[in-house]
Design a protein around this ligand. Structure first.
Ligand code: OOB
Length: 557
């Protein structure tokens, strides 16, 4: 099990990973030793999750989509075949591969196939387009891309052409479906040859690259090590009391940290649970699937959880087998949490997570007050959290500030991003999350976190700084409001003016009516919207969070 450690200890040569470690910031040796001592890091390669599941539960169903299903043994064998084929094509250990498949079983085959070949997948989302993909290719130096042919009217083969044209290192484009002039996935899947024999994996090197979830600028790459990601998936599944009787629905894009490893697909595998893939998140389709496969657990972003809850009022088939829904990704008010808890499933688990690592979540059995009013507590006893003010000094217990984190599965630096790293980390290695939080100091919520907004999500109106999330909470309290985003629009006199972009449940109200309501709630006059923009829906990011950058660009043309 601990081959990686032994190698480091004996000073033997590290297994070859090409240039993978260039621009990777490893865990410092003292903390790494501590995490190993505590038993968190087990020096197992990430793909051992599937190898072990196939050994323990060969005949159990691992993955299901509308077209196929594979047992753990079948998935394992398919991954080996893809791994062998990719190695045969000349892809070498440590090489990066952009992986952009939709939520289908082949996603799992590709992920594990890439890992079996000792390659490092870059986990792209189906919603990413040329700007993001070219950025990921350039930063990671990827040598290959795996895409579907056409999904939802978008031809990913054209995207592959674009990538090959712009990135000299990117030599291979594999297409699942009709390959056109690219290499076919089918040929890889049919390959009949052995996986090359290789020295053991060093579990302290990156296993995969996740993309950051920020909505400002292009996403950054986050190298997650074998040790930290195996620990995340396994521990999260345990902490959620998942068992082999559970069935997990992968409905958010599978390459996102949440449905992938929190506990998601990988966590499910660690306990022998089945994962069901779907590309259709509509309540009608999802409820039918949940019913058919008796799905017990799923992870949703806030906006989707609300849509599903609302649909429970009229859909003929209800998701009655759901034991718990995990909701995370963006701020959720207590009213929204209550709405979801009362309308969608008997259990709600709030998750405050990030691709960078750190996970907080409410636990099974937590009192309703905690489940509704907090975003949970840290996954690991070794997670270190500091809440600081603008000067970097820790605030008194229970007060708000920026969350800084460090721990056994939180990154120590973005991949190949020295400049961002100088800003995003403290000298003693804490990640500056940019999230505004409070950690409750006493009472039943003690030790639990409340996310109150983003540090930088403020509107500079005249000389005042207005918190967008505070205003959103007030907007949301109005009975006519279904969803709202407070954004800054440029203004000649004020610098920025406050715009409330609002989706109404029914007939819209006027700005004057809205401001009268805010006045009654005691919202000071400089914090009230100057403009009201009723919208049919708020634009979303690739994973389905409200995309404020897009809200602004929609409104400013
Ligand atoms: C998840 O990961 P990312 O990387 O897409 O986004 C992380 C950011 C956090 O820094 C925070 O700003 C926000 O998304 N966030 C939340 C939240 N969960 C995430 N803000 C308020 N309340 C929450 N519950 O979004 C993610 C990763 C793993 C599990 C769940 C979510």
């Amino acid at each position: 099990m601990s081959t990686g450690t032994e190698q480091r200890r004996s000073g033997e040569q590290q297994p070859d990973v090409g240039d993978l470690l260039t621009g990777f910031v490893p865990f410092p040796a003292d903390r790494a030793a501590e995490y190993r001592r505590a038993g968190y890091w087990t020096d197992e390669p990430l793909d051992s999750i599937l190898r072990d599941a196939a050994a323990k539960w060969p005949d159990r169903t691992a993955v299901i989509d509308p077209d196929v299903s594979y047992t753990f043994a079948e998935l394992d064998a398919r991954a080996d075949r893809i791994g062998a084929a990719l190695s045969d094509r000349g892809l070498a250990p440590g090489d990066r591969v952009l992986l952009q498949l939709p939520n289908i079983c082949e996603f799992a085959v590709a992920l594990f196939g890439v890992l079996r070949a000792r390659l490092v997948p870059v986990m792209c989302l189906p919603g990413h387009r040329s700007a993001e993909l070219n950025h990921f290719a350039a930063v990671s130096g990827a040598v290959a891309v795996i895409v579907p042919d056409v999904v939802a009217g978008f031809d990913y083969r054209d995207l592959a052409d674009d990538l090959v044209r712009n990135n000299p290192a990117l030599q291979h484009a594999f297409v699942h479906g009709e390959p056109g002039h690219h290499q076919s996935w089918r040929a890889l899947a049919d390959f009949d040859g052995p996986l090359p024999q290789r020295p053991p994996v060093d579990a302290d090197v990156p296993a995969l690259l996740l993309v950051s979830g920020g909505t400002t600028g292009l996403p950054k790459l986050i190298a997650r090590t074998h040790n930290d990601y195996v620990y995340t998936a396994r521990t999260h599944a345990q902490e959620c009391h998942m068992t082999g009787d559970d069935v997990y629905l992968v409905v958010l894009p599978a390459g996102h940290n949440f449905p992938l490893g929190c506990p998601g697909l990988l966590g499910s595998m660690t306990v022998g649970a089945t994962s069901v893939f779907t590309t259709d998140a509509s309540p009608e389709a999802a409820f039918a699937l949940i019913d058919r496969h008796r799905v017990t657990v799923t992870g949703l972003v806030n906006a989707l959880a609300k849509v599903w809850t609302q649909a429970c009022e009229w859909e003929p088939v209800l998701p009655t087998s759901l034991r718990v829904v995990q909701v995370g990704g963006s701020r959720m008010t207590p009213q929204e949490a209550e709405y979801i808890l009362n309308g969608l499933a008997p259990g709600l688990q709030q998750i405050f997570g990030m691709a960078e690592g750190m996970l907080n979540f409410t636990r099974p059995g937590d009192p309703v007050d905690v489940v509704v009013n907090t975003q949970g507590r840290p996954m690991s006893p070794h997670d270190e959290m500091r809440v600081v003010d603008e000067s970097g000094a820790e605030v008194p217990p229970g007060e708000e500030g920026e969350l800084l984190v460090r721990g056994p599965y939180t990154l120590n630096g973005y991949y190949r991003a020295e400049e961002a790293n100088a800003r995003s980390f403290t000298p003693d290695g804490f990640y500056r999350s940019g999230d505004r939080v409070r950690i409750f100091a006493d009472g039943p919520r003690a030790g639990y976190v409340e996310v109150t907004g983003r540090i930088k999500d403020v509107i500079h109106r005249g000389g005042e700084t207005v918190s967008a999330s505070d205003l959103e909470e007030h907007l949301f309290a109005h009975p006519a409001v279904y969803a709202a985003a407070a954004v800054a629009l440029p203004d000649e006199y004020l610098g920025e003016k406050i715009c409330a972009a609002v989706v109404f449940k029914g007939a819209p109200i006027t700005l004057a009516q809205l401001n009268e309501f805010l006045d009654e709630r005691g919202v000071s006059s400089h914090c009230r919207p100057d403009v009201l923009a009723p919208l049919p829906a708020l634009p979303k990011t690739a994973v389905g969070k409200v995309d404020k950058k897009k809200v602004v660009s929609q409104l400013t043309g």
